[in-house]
Design a protein around this ligand. Structure first.
Ligand SMILES: [Cu+2]
Length: 202
């Protein structure tokens, strides 16, 4: 009898426990669902707190991007980019058939890479023909690669940053003797009127 009574009490406890579990179990998921449903629309306004005022970089083409707020320009200068003009080109441009325009006073960071089998370099010179037979100083301070006259060997890179001023018409030319007269130059205009940089190809 004692054993039976104990079993009966145990059974009653099990039943009440099961009811209790069922009760709380039935309520809890309902609250959870309600909470998640009300949270979903509430979460949507979150992007409004994201920084929208920051100026993103603008990609002009595969070689140039800029940041208008910072007035900075990133320019890739690849010598012998493709076979145009027998490799005597910058980013495929030669004999002035490409024009890079930058607003005066902006900061230009160029990354030069020589993709050719022979040495090349880059230097900003006045847009005055014919090109000087002898090496000369850049028209804008710092606007040149290392080894302007000897050129950088195959695969070599060189980076420089300079302020685009004063306004005027320049060229980016190879400083290795004979290369610029062979067409290894493109236009580089520092403009007092341009609001943003541009990269024109003919
Ligand atoms: Cu060259």
């Amino acid at each position: 009898m004692r054993v039976l009574r104990a079993a009966a009490v145990g059974a009653a406890l099990l039943v009440s426990t099961a009811i209790g579990a069922q009760g709380s179990g039935g309520v809890a998921p309902k609250r959870h669902v309600n909470a998640s449903r009300s949270a979903t629309p509430a979460a949507k306004p979150a992007p409004a707190t994201a920084p929208a005022a920051e100026s993103p970089d603008v990609q002009v083409n595969e070689f140039m991007s800029y940041n208008a707020a910072a007035t900075t320009i990133k320019l890739k200068l690849n010598s012998a980019h493709g076979s145009n003009n027998g490799g005597m080109n910058f980013n495929g441009g030669f004999s002035g058939n490409e024009t890079i325009t930058v607003p005066v006073g902006w900061s230009v960071s160029w990354a030069f890479t020589n993709e050719d089998a022979i040495p090349h370099s880059a230097i900003v010179l006045p847009n005055v023909m014919p090109f000087p037979a002898q090496p000369q100083d850049p028209a804008i301070p710092r606007a040149y690669t290392n080894d302007v006259t000897a050129g950088l060997a195959t695969g070599k890179t060189d980076a420089t940053t300079f302020k685009a001023q004063p306004a005027g018409q320049y060229v980016i030319a190879c400083g290795v003797p004979g290369h610029a007269p062979s067409g290894m130059w493109i236009h580089f205009d520092v403009s007092a009127n341009a609001k943003v940089p541009a990269y024109a190809t003919k």
